[in-house]
Design a binder for this molecule. Structure first.
Ligand code: C2E
Ligand code: CA
Ligand code: CA
Length: 562
C-alpha cells in the first residue's frame, strides 16, 4: 500500500510535502521539485522555511507549536490561498490543503500544494479586460458603474462629471483613426493628472466621453473648480507627431442625492447638463438644475408635435423678396419654413428648428420645402422670367438622402430651371466635412444649381470653405448689416466681404436690411443685392408681390450667377 501511495505522489501534478514535528521535510515529490525548483536530495532534511516567505515564517511556526500541543487545528482540512517562495527567492500564489497525522508515534504534517499563478494571471487578465478600456487603460463604463453603485449604496455623497471632447469627430474624420486614438490617450492622461489621487475615479465611458467620480465631496464649488481645470487642460493643443490640433471639451455635473440617488438618474442628470454645455457651443461646463429636466421633456414633446404637424400638413413655405439694389427690382425670393400651429398660431423656425434639425423629419421636410419652392418658383418664372429661388438645406439632406437625385427630379417635376435655384448652406453643414456631401454639391454645381454661403462671417473657418465648396454667392449675415455705420468694425467687415467676393468671382447679397441708411451704405460699397424688412418680410406665396417691371430676359452676364 505504501508503494502505491508513493507512485501516486510521484505522478501527482500537485506538490506533496510531508514534514516532521520539527518542521523538517521528510517527503518531497517530483511536482514539489519542479514547483519550488528544489531537488529532493536538497529538500529532504531541511526546514519548511525554504518554501515559506520570510514574513510568514513566525505565524507558521506558532501554528505548528499549537498543533503539537494538542491545540485545535484551525487550518487543517481547509484549502488555503497563500503565497509560497521559490528557491530563486521569487514568490507565487498557491492553494494548499493541510493534514496532520501520527506515524510510528511521531507527528507528521502533510501539505498538498497547487501553483495557481497561471489561474490568477488569467483571472486578473479577464478582470482587467472586463473593467478597463484597452486604449487609454482607464477603468471603463462597467467599473465606473460599479464604483458609483457602491458609493451610492453606502450613501456616500457622489458627484459625477461627464467630460465630452468637443472636436474629436473632426480629428478622427480628417486626420484618421490613429490620430483619434492618440488624442484619446493623451486626453485620458490629462484628465487623470487634473484629479487628485485617491479623491476621484476617472473612467472612459465610450468613444470620446469620460467620467470623473468624486466621492465624499459635498461642496459643489469643488466639482466646478475641477471641471474648470479639466477644460483648461484639454483646451491646450494636442501635439500629434508635430501637428497641432485643438480639441477642447464640455462638462456636465450631477451631484447626489439632490440630482439623483441612483446611478441611472444621477448619470441622466449629468448628461442633461452636458447636453446644455454642448448646446451653448462647447468648451463649457454646466451643473444640473431641474429646469434642464423640464426642457428635455419639452424637447421630446416638441418632437412628437412636429411629427403630428408633418402628418397634418401644418407646415407652410413663406417667401421673402430679394432685390437688386441698383433699382430695387425683385429678382428672386428665399423660401422660409413656417409652422401653422393649431393653438400657438404661426411659428417661425426659431421656435422649432433646432429640434426639427436633429430629428428624422429633417430630410423629408427639407425635400418638401424644396419641391414647394421650386413649384412656386416655376409659377413666378412664368410671370417674370429669370426669377431666382433660394432654399435652405438641412444637414440631413446631404447625409441621408441622395440630394443630387432629389434636386434633379424635383426640377424636372416642377419645370424649374436649375440655373434659377440656389441652395443655401451654413458653415455647420460644411463642418460635417463629409466627402459625399462635397461630391453631391459639386454634382449640383455642374447641373448649374447655385450654392449660397448663408450667414457668412459668423463662423470661424469660413475662408477655408470658400476653396473647398463650389460656392457661388455669399450672404452677408444680418448681424453685420443691422449695425453697420459709415465707419466702424461692421462697416469694415461688410466691405471686406464685398472685396473677397469680387476676388473670388462670387456674387453677394446683404441680409437683414431694415433702413434706408443701411441701404445707402451698401449701394455706396457696390453690394449688388439685398434682402430684408425694408423690401418685404417673409409672406405666404399669395401675398408675395412681383413688381410688374420685373426684368425679362436678363443678359447672360447676370451678376447673380457667376
Ligand atoms: P436664414 O436662412 O438666415 O433666414 C433669414 C432669416 O432672417 C429669416 O428668419 C428672416 O425672416 C429673417 N429676416 C430677414 N430679413 C430680416 C430683417 O430685415 N430683419 C430681421 N430682424 N430679420 C430678418 P426665419 O424665417 O425666422 O428663419 C430663421 C432661420 O431658420 C433661417 O435663417 C434658416 O436658417 C432657417 N430656416 C428657415 N426655413 C428653413 C428651411 O426651409 N430649411 C432649413 N434647413 N432651414 C430653414
Ligand atoms: Ca438662408
Ligand atoms: Ca442667413
Amino acid at each position: 500500500q505504501m508503494a502505491f501511495l508513493q507512485q501516486w505522489a510521484d505522478v501527482s501534478p500537485d506538490a506533496m510535502i510531508v514534514a516532521d514535528a520539527n518542521g523538517l521535510i521528510v517527503h518531497w515529490n517530483p511536482a514539489a521539485e519542479s514547483m519550488f525548483g528544489l531537488p529532493a536530495e536538497e529538500a529532504l532534511g531541511t526546514s519548511l522555511d525554504v518554501i515559506i516567505p520570510e514574513p510568514m515564517r513566525g505565524a507558521h511556526a506558532k501554528g505548528m507549536e499549537r498543533l503539537l500541543a494538542g491545540g485545535q487545528p484551525r487550518i487543517v482540512g481547509t484549502v488555503l490561498e497563500v503565497t509560497a517562495q521559490h528557491s530563486d527567492g521569487s514568490h507565487f500564489p498557491i492553494e494548499m490543503s493541510l493534514s496532520m497525522w501520527t506515524q510510528e508515534g511521531e507527528a507528521r504534517f502533510g501539505a498538498i500544494v497547487r501553483d495557481v499563478s497561471k489561474r490568477r494571471a488569467n483571472d486578473d487578465r479577464l478582470h482587467h479586460l472586463a473593467h478597463f478600456d484597452q486604449l487609454t487603460l482607464l477603468p471603463n463604463r462597467t467599473s465606473f458603474l460599479e464604483n458609483l453603485n457602491n458609493a451610492l449604496g453606502q450613501s456616500v455623497q457622489s458627484t459625477v462629471l461627464l467630460v465630452d471632447l468637443d472636436r474629436f469627430k473632426e480629428v478622427n474624420d480628417q486626420l484618421g483613426h490613429a490620430a483619434g486614438d492618440a488624442v484619446l490617450i493623451e486626453a485620458a492622461l490629462r484628465i487623470r493628472r487634473c484629479v487628485p489621487t485617491g479623491m476621484a475615479n476617472v473612467a472612459r465611458l465610450g468613444s470620446d466621453k469620460f467620467s470623473i467620480l468624486l466621492t465624499g465631496e459635498t461642496d459643489p464649488s469643488r466639482a466646478g473648480a475641477l471641471a474648470t481645470v479639466v477644460r483648461r487642460e484639454l483646451r491646450r493643443p494636442f501635439d500629434l507627431a508635430g501637428r497641432l490640433v485643438w480639441v477642447g471639451c464640455s462638462i456636465g455635473i450631477g451631484m447626489s442625492p439632490s440630482h439623483g440617488d441612483d446611478a441611472a438618474t444621477l448619470i441622466g442628470s449629468a448628461d442633461l447638463a452636458l447636453y446644455e454645455a454642448k448646446a451653448e457651443g462647447g468648451d463649457g461646463q454646466r451643473s444640473f438644475v431641474p429646469a434642464l429636466k423640464t426642457a428635455a421633456v419639452a424637447r421630446r414633446s416638441l418632437e412628437i408635435d412636429l411629427r403630428e404637424a408633418w402628418e397634418a400638413r401644418q407646415f407652410e413655405v413663406f417667401y421673402q423678396p430679394q432685390i437688386r439694389l441698383e433699382d430695387r427690382q425683385v429678382v428672386g425670393a428665399e423660401a422660409l419654413l413656417r409652422w401653422r400651429h393649431p393653438e400657438r398660431g404661426l411659428l417661425a423656425p426659431g421656435a422649432f428648428l433646432s429640434t426639427l434639425e436633429n430629428s428624422s423629419l429633417a430630410a423629408p421636410v427639407g425635400t418638401w420645402v424644396l419641391e414647394a419652392a421650386c413649384r412656386q418658383g416655376a409659377a413666378w418664372n412664368r410671370q417674370a422670367s429669370g426669377f431666382l429661388m433660394g432654399v435652405n438645406l438641412f444637414g440631413a439632406q446631404l447625409k441621408t438622402v441622395p440630394l443630387t437625385e432629389t434636386v434633379r427630379s424635383t426640377l424636372s417635376l416642377t419645370q424649374f430651371p436649375a440655373r434659377q435655384l440656389e441652395l443655401e448652406i451654413t458653415e455647420n453643414i460644411m463642418l460635417a466635412d463629409d466627402e459625399c456631401a462635397k461630391d453631391q454639391l459639386n454634382a449640383l454645381h455642374d447641373m448649374g444649381v447655385g450654392l449660397a454661403f448663408d450667414d457668412f462671417g459668423t463662423g470661424y473657418a469660413s475662408l477655408a470653405f470658400l476653396k473647398q465648396f463650389p460656392i457661388t454667392r455669399l450672404k452677408i449675415d444680418r448681424s453685420f448689416v443691422s449695425n453697420v455705420r459709415a465707419k466702424g468694425s461692421d462697416a469694415a467687415i461688410v466691405q471686406a466681404v464685398l472685396m473677397l467676393a469680387r476676388k473670388f468671382g462670387l456674387s453677394v447679397i446683404a441680409e437683414g436690411v431694415e433702413t434706408e441708411e443701411q441701404e445707402k451704405l451698401l449701394k455706396k460699397w457696390r453690394c449688388p443685392h439685398a434682402q430684408g424688412y425694408l423690401y418685404g418680410k417673409p409672406v405666404a406665396a399669395t401675398a408675395f408681390a412681383i413688381s410688374s417691371a420685373f426684368p425679362h430676359n436678363r443678359p447672360s452676364s447676370d451678376p447673380m450667377r457667376k
